[in-house]
Write a new protein. Structure first.
Length: 173
């Protein structure tokens, strides 16, 4: 990982730079997509501030810490960035179990029994006109009838409404 260490009102010694690079390289175990890091070390009177910015695959993760010691500020800022990277990884990885959709036969077989028995039927869908289907529905005792439209060859439905009239569902309209 490319690391840039900058000092404001402080000279960045080789030991300080090596410590920062060691701590930043420690973040690589949590995300192998971290490409570059920028660390700005600032001293104002007795306040030592470490500002750590890491680019993780296009997402910028940043933390700032201020203590009375520079090494403690670096440690705390890197720990904050570490927590943020862990959160980012958790959000990117979906931990929910994926459930495969069931077929109709499997769903009926595995359906909970709630006092009623569910029977799966595969009715024969005859080719007819909507008028023929409506007259068949009126002759029978069923509340609906599936049929294949003679002109379009698509499955349609005629049903008996609550007021006694017949409704027609055409998927083309």
């Amino acid at each position: 990982m490319k690391t840039t260490v900058t000092g404001r009102h402080i000279e960045v010694t080789p030991a300080l730079k090596a410590y920062v690079e060691e701590r930043i390289n420690h973040l690589a175990r949590y995300s192998n997509r971290a490409t570059e890091a920028s660390v700005i070390l600032t001293v104002e009177k007795y306040r030592h501030q470490a500002d750590v910015t890491v680019n993780v695959n296009g997402t910028v993760v940043q933390a700032t810490e201020e203590t009375s010691e520079m090494y403690a500020s670096i440690d705390q800022a890197v720990e904050k960035v570490e927590r943020q990277i862990k959160k980012l990884n958790d959000r990117l990885h979906d931990h929910r179990q994926r459930v495969e959709p069931l077929s109709v036969d499997e769903a009926v077989a595995g359906a909970p029994v709630l006092g009623r028995t569910v029977v799966a039927e595969r009715p024969a869908v005859a080719a007819m006109t909507p008028e023929d289907a409506a007259s068949s529905l009126e002759r029978g005792s069923d509340s609906f009838l599936l049929f294949r439209h003679a002109a379009t060859a698509q499955v349609n439905l005629v049903y008996r409404k609550a007021d006694g009239t017949v409704g027609w569902i055409d998927p083309n309209s």
